[in-house]
Design a protein around this ligand. Structure first.
Ligand code: GAR
Length: 200
């Protein structure tokens, strides 16, 4: 294949999606192309970020589908329709079951806002991860990009970057620093790495 066709799954603000779009524009991502953005939240600002640059968007909610199975089937159909090679979870706040992940081995990647295996797994998402890191009192945290399998945050690690905690950090301040210093850098780099492997 010439370029890996990428679907990005989102739920919220979409700053990681924006980092991917910017990286694509700058040529940091050159072995892949974002062809689709899927949101499980109709109000996600990420949808507007995609629409602004002409990327197709789709909304799939569990409520509308009626069950986890139907929700995952709908996403699978879209992945098929858009001939997607690589699925990127970028702030996607829904856990995909084994029934989904088994169909895409080494083809789904996720960004998580801590150094796995710390502060990860079921229930650890978004701001909560940084609240727990601060409550524990760790001095270093960071972000991880990993392949997705049936274990939440349990797939093979692709890249990690450490970020120091500073005096006076709140969960919000820490979240922003981890995004700026780690997530927005390693997610595009990992997407390029995996896309390149898929193309070779
Ligand atoms: C990011 O910090 C991402 O790592 C985290 O949610 C935020 C989404 O922000 N994801 C998880 O916690 C997944 N377990 P964004 O919508 O601005 O990219």
């Amino acid at each position: 294949m010439d370029k890996a066709r990428i679907a990005v799954l989102v739920s919220g603000g979409g700053t990681n999606l924006q980092a991917l779009i910017d990286a694509q524009n700058k040529g940091i991502i050159q072995s892949g192309e974002i062809v689709l953005v899927i949101s499980n939240n109709p109000d996600a600002y990420a949808l507007q970020r995609a629409q602004k640059v002409g990327i197709s968007t789709q909304i799939v909610t569990k409520k509308q589908c009626g069950s986890q199975d139907a929700f995952e089937e709908k996403i699978k159909q879209l992945i098929d329709t858009y001939a997607v090679d690589l699925i990127v979870l970028a702030g996607f706040m829904s856990i995909l079951s084994e029934n989904f992940t088994k169909d895409y081995p080494q083809r789904i990647i996720n960004v998580h806002p801590s150094l796995i295996p710390s502060f990860c797994g079921k229930g650890f998402y978004g701001l909560r991860v940084h609240q727990e890191a601060l409550a524990y009192g760790v001095k270093v945290t960071g972000a991880t990009v990993h392949f997705v399998n049936e274990i939440p945050d349990g797939g093979k690690i692709i890249m990690q970057k450490a970020v120091y905690i500073e005096d006076g950090d709140t969960p919000e301040i820490l979240q922003k620093r981890v995004m700026e210093q780690a997530e927005w850098e390693i997610l595009p780099a990992a997407v390029e790495l995996v896309s390149k492997q898929l193309c070779s």
